[in-house]
Design a binder for this molecule. Structure first.
Ligand SMILES: Cc1cc2nc3c(=O)[nH]c(=O)nc-3n(C[C@H](O)[C@H](O)[C@H](O)COP(=O)(O)OP(=O)(O)OC[C@H]3O[C@@H](n4cnc5c(N)ncnc54)[C@H](O)[C@@H]3O)c2cc1C
Length: 457
């Protein structure tokens, strides 16, 4: 995890860099940030130049500095990591971006907007990257965002304690300073279609709409009160924290026993947020073993430090209400009116891992008492745009199909896509990597389109 460095600490850390003849750290960065050059500039005390170098490749360095899995990417490729003292590249990136903000450094001039007009749907990392890259290439870019504020998962998913919302807002302001226009509360599909956007004269349209539909469990009791999806819960918490919603609407109460189903990063965020919202006990239930959890190792370590319990090899079978639990425990009590409607426990099946590595039910069952279950078992794309626009094909799970040439174009000419809506839920930097290639594809498409139009005149 990145840490905040003082100027002296940052320069000293940068000076530890060996300036390798063949720098492998850069291979570990999905967007190929020029890590050796920015670290060299920083080691010489030239933070402005370091920011200029980073800005050539990244529109979101303060965010990447905080949430990228550096330990799996650039930092794991640093030769010094072999001696357990690799350069803290994430912390240096965060330092440079924060320094540039505090000192109002703006190395890149605003877009002239003369090269063409692009509509970007969605303002998560994918949309912001495409918008920023195209603005830098002098396209006029307008973002259409369905929510009341831009940022996507950066704003409404990743919790405040890992990524400050001020940092997200500030990095988005850097993009508007480049000339990107942002229109919020514009849900494309139901409110306004892709065809209507084309009618407004956009040369190309980009869809970076993410995966907003959370998966749920189709098991008995799913209608009980107290079952939430992680993305909904995290969004409610952001809205409550910003005063836009009453705290009671986050649907978790102080002293609750909470079960989180799933063991990815979203599950860790939901579990750690539940702790911060006053849950008494938080237990992560996962159907595989500790070795199979998909969250970043640092997230798992933090969750354990915060007292979150892990119950591996358990598969949810049914949500139980109070009456059913009383029957299981054989306790006689007058049933209250709520007993049929309120969640009181999760019935789970015990799973065993065989010698072949398969996960099979071993016949045993157990009930785990809880007041709230938060489901973090994956997300998939909504069909708002593809169901209202002809010609955009998706695969059998709803993910948008794109082409290699021009990179990122969907099966509808002029409509491009990338990010989670194409490759499935992944990371900020993967959405950025793909979106940078798509921005280049859009530029290529618009230039070719305009050239043909000129030839026809
Ligand atoms: C809780 C959580 C924690 C995470 N933590 C990390 C982390 O620490 N590090 C990391 O690298 N990755 C993390 N990820 C993953 C990462 O955030 C995503 O991979 C990334 O945000 C995907 O970017 P995107 O732009 O494709 O989609 P999103 O960020 O989902 O953005 C899509 C945007 O499109 C908008 N939209 C959707 N439909 C429409 C429409 N029809 N009209 C207008 N607007 C629309 C949405 O409102 C949203 O703003 C996390 C994800 C979650 C859910």
């Amino acid at each position: 995890m990145s840490r905040v460095l003082t100027t002296t600490e940052a320069i000293n850390e940068a000076r530890r860099c060996l300036n390798c003849a063949k720098p492998t750290c850069r291979n570990g960065c999905p967007i190929e940030n020029d890590i050796p050059q920015f670290i060299r500039a920083l080691s010489e005390g030239n933070v402005g130049n370091a920011y200029e170098i980073i800005s050539e490749h990244s529109n979101l360095p303060a965010i990447c500095g905080r949430v990228c899995p550096h330990e799996r990417q650039c930092e794991s490729h640093c030769v010094l990591t072999k001696n357990k003292h690799g350069i803290e590249i994430g912390s240096l990136e965060m330092f440079v971006a924060d320094f540039a903000h505090e000192n109002s450094l703006k190395p890149i001039p605003p877009s002239t907007g003369k090269r063409g007009k692009v509509a970007v749907i969605g303002s998560g990392p994918a949309g912001l990257t495409v918008a920023g890259d195209l603005a830098k290439m002098n396209f006029a870019v307008t973002i259409f965002e369905g929510q009341s504020e831009p940022g996507g998962v950066l704003l409404f998913g990743i919790p405040e304690f890992r990524l400050s919302k001020d940092v997200v807002r500030r990095e988005i302001t850097e993009l508007t300073d480049l000339g990107v226009e942002i229109k919020t509360n514009m849900l494309i599909g139901p409110d306004f279609t892709v065809d209507q956007l084309f009618d407004q004269g956009y040369d190309a349209i980009f869809m970076g709409t993410g995966t907003s539909l959370p998966r749920t469990l189709d098991i008995p009791g799913k209608e009980l009160t107290g079952i939430l999806t992680a993305t909904y819960f995290l969004r409610m918490v952001v809205l409550a924290d910003s005063g836009k919603l009453d705290n009671s609407e986050t649907l978790l109460h102080t002293g609750d026993n909470v079960i989180v189903v799933g063991a990815g990063n979203v599950a860790m965020d939901a579990a750690r947020t539940a702790v911060r919202r006053g849950a008494k006990n938080v237990t992560v239930v996962y159907h595989k073993t500790e070795a199979e959890i998909s969250c970043f190792p640092s997230e798992y370590e933090e969750a354990i430090k915060e007292g979150i319990n892990f119950n591996f090899l358990k598969k949810p079978l049914a949500y139980l209400n109070k009456k059913q639990i009383r029957a299981l425990k054989n306790i006689r009590q007058q049933p209250s009116e709520q007993d049929d409607t309120v969640l009181a426990g999760l019935l789970v099946q015990n799973i065993t891992k065989t010698a072949d590595g398969e996960f099979v039910a071993d016949g045993g069952q157990e009930y785990l008492p809880c007041d709230c279950v938060i489901l973090a078992i994956g997300q998939r794309p909504a069909a708002r745009i593809v169901s209202t626009t002809k010609g955009i094909e998706v695969d059998d799970k709803g993910f948008v199909i794109t082409k290699e040439r021009p990179y990122g174009m969907t099966t509808r000419a002029g409509v491009f896509s990338s990010g989670d809506v194409v490759h499935g839920p992944a990371t900020v930097v993967l959405a950025m990597k793909e979106s940078k290639k798509v921005a280049a594809g859009i530029a290529q498409y618009i230039d070719a389109k305009k050239l043909l139009e000129d030839c026809e005149q």
